[in-house]
Design a protein around this ligand. Structure first.
Ligand SMILES: Nc1ncnc2c1ncn2[C@@H]1O[C@H](COP(=O)(O)OP(=O)(O)OP(=O)(O)O)[C@@H](O)[C@H]1O
Ligand SMILES: [Mg+2]
Length: 299
């Protein structure tokens, strides 16, 4: 079982047509045909959208993405048109709403990995490969890879797992030329972001990008280099051979899988509401990631 514990009712705004409720974002189209992307405070874990929100999360993700888009602007164009609130939008959309180019999205999660963990580690243990890419012997959880690799995944529906696919599979799906462009751009952006994060004491272990086409130009879309789309590890605590402390959903995952939650991940029941201390600790981690990366105090 998975999906939304409680599917939210989208807010209706005159002049905006509601298009889609994603796990985290609400998508609308404005009268100019642009995409209005509103990040909520929703949190997903273990393929569930949880019944408890993390205050300020939507604004943190949005502001951090904007900061990164600026850092990357010379490498790849991005989808942001403006941060102006559409007329008639609720005041609390401020800071978490982006007016974007409506792109022809490419249905590939473009993942770059510089370190081995998560689904990459699981595949490595089976076959010494990640997405079919052969890797040296002797790597452990948290090992740095000899060089960053492009490990695409097929985008799954809400409640389903994204599935790692080979480069050849991506090329079959989107064509050889686009596949090469996706790989090259993903690795270039990862390299830039990894270097910036490293200067701030953070390891960018891996990250996921989504791209789309505006006419025939490849454009970076969605959110970028946030704790929801990336694994950031404090560099001074990095120690291969164990799970690394991270800036993402770790508190939430740890609590959900602990006896305290009473929840069975493999069972039929949806996850329970999060206790206040888990919410507070998670909110603090998102804000810390923002502050450490941008060097700007939050609020
Ligand atoms: N510029 C863009 N044009 C069109 N779609 C976009 C653009 N940027 C992001 N998207 C899409 O907007 C949605 C963002 O919402 P969110 O992150 O909540 O969704 P998700 O849970 O990751 O995926 P899903 O939409 O499948 O639920 C994604 O489907 C993403 O592909
Ligand atoms: Mg998303």
């Amino acid at each position: 079982m998975s999906g939304f514990v409680e599917k939210p009712e989208p807010i209706q705004v005159p002049g905006l047509v509601h298009l889609h409720t994603g796990k985290v974002r609400e998508l609308y189209r404005n009268e100019a045909g642009e995409l209005v992307m509103v990040a909520s405070d929703r949190m997903s874990a273990y393929d569930w959208v949880l019944p408890t929100e993390i205050p300020d999360k939507g604004r943190v993700l949005t502001q951090l993405s904007l900061w990164w888009f600026d850092q990357l602007a010379d490498l790849v164009p991005n989808h942001v048109i403006s941060t102006d609130l559409p007329g008639g939008a609720p005041a609390d959309w401020a800071g978490r709403t982006l007016v974007c180019k409506s792109l022809q999205m490419i249905p590939v999660e473009c993942v770059a990995r510089g370190y081995l963990t998560g689904s990459g580690l699981a595949e490595y243990k089976e076959s010494r490969t990640v997405c079919g890419i052969g890797l040296p012997e002797g790597l452990v959880d948290g090992s740095e890879l000899p060089a960053p690799i492009f490990t695409p995944a097929a985008k799954a529906a809400v409640g389903e797992h994204d599935e790692n696919v080979s480069y050849e599979e991506v090329a079959r799906q989107v064509g050889a030329e686009t596949a090469a462009q996706l790989r090259q751009t993903t690795l270039a952006v990862y390299g830039r972001a990894r270097d910036i994060a490293r200067e701030r004491g953070l390891i960018l272990a891996d990250t996921k990008f989504e791209f789309g086409f505006a006419a025939d130009e490849l454009v970076l879309a969605d959110e970028v280099l946030t704790p929801d789309s990336s694994r950031f590890w404090p560099a001074d605590q990095w120690e291969p051979g164990r799970a690394q402390p991270s800036f993402d959903k770790q508190y939430v995952r740890d609590w959900l899988t602990s006896a305290a939650s009473g929840w069975d991940r493999a069972g039929e029941q949806p996850p329970p509401p999060l206790p206040a201390d888990v919410v507070d600790a998670t909110r603090a981690k998102y804000i810390e990631a923002f502050e450490r990366l941008t060097g700007t105090p939050w609020a």
